[in-house]
Design a protein around this ligand. Sequence first.
Ligand code: PLP
Length: 382
Amino acid sequence: AFDFARRVTNVEPSATLAVSNLASELEAEGVDVVDLSVGEPDFPTPENIVDAAEDAMEAGHTGYAPSNGVPELKDAIAEKLQGDGLAYESDQIIVTPGAKQALYETFQALVDEGDEVVLMDPAWVSYEAMATLAGGDISRVDLEPHGFQLEPALDDLAAVVSDETTLLVVNSPSNPSGAVFSRAAMEGVRDLAVEHDITVISDEIYQHINYGAEHVSLGTLDGMEDRTVTVNGFSKAYSMTGWRLGYLAAPDEVISQAGKVQSHSVSSATNFVQRAGVEALENTDDAVDEMVDAFEDRRDLLVDRLADHGVDVAVPDGAFYLLLPTDDDDQAWCTEALEEAHVATVPGSAFGTPGYARISYAASQERLNEAVDRLADAGFLD
Ligand code: PLP
């Protein structure tokens, strides 16, 4: 028998797997499943980005890239971040194969065995796994009683963090709630981080998918520049999930340590993909605006259609998810909704928030209407 490493056996298998396996089985049987479980835009990558990657391949950018990223892209990212009011230089950036790798390297660099990591529920599924893989102990703050908002939960956060806290993860706009945290909320985080000398990861991967709320980047707040790791990526805003391109920006010491994890694991993000990333950052604003407008229309449609059936939800201000209240056993609800209504969603308990199902509305209006009709007809919205 294998004697597996505890840091890996300690990680829970993904609670989303049961639903996605079942969805695949049904589809293989020829069932038409409305799949609202996936966390990816349904749009093709904008053409100018595809062209830039082709050009880069033709130009021979097919070899290893410098581990922390090609200078052209690091410069373009630094310029983008400076435009957001973040004072990172090019050499304070590591370009990674996806924001996920950026987060993984940050956890590996900062979290030691037994260190406290504070997460806010609902939280994206991989934060917990990454903290566990690094040996961290997780403490949680529950935003659910506060309508998934952070500002009214600041007292709860204050009660959890202490001088023992190593790392705090903030994700706004949030996966899975779609909440965008207010400036006052972020200032509250800043005050606690400074008081207790805590490093904060600001996962801003949904920054651009925002329907009008102010996006506050934590690293722009006084006192945060030396303690913030800003994580962002190309998957969501530019519909580039399969390209695997993201980055972290951080103080020099963090770059030195996280850079070792990158160079000894993945070496670098793909060379020609990084060149296409420059095109994404510099020439794709209109296409992004169009996709965000489409997400907003879909959000409105879904919220209205659910309200027609008497279901009130916390209206998301960003990302492309919303949390639909279910009965207490959200796992059973999601399994039955899939089996009986052929609509795939993800149980809230996967995100630390039982009693909800996460719906991704990165799907056409026709499919969203179909999903609501099916759920209503099968009695899931009663
Ligand atoms: N952070 C959050 C909150 C996400 O939802 C995701 C993807 O689902 C990621 C990070 C990672 O994205 P990627 O690795 O595709 O850049």
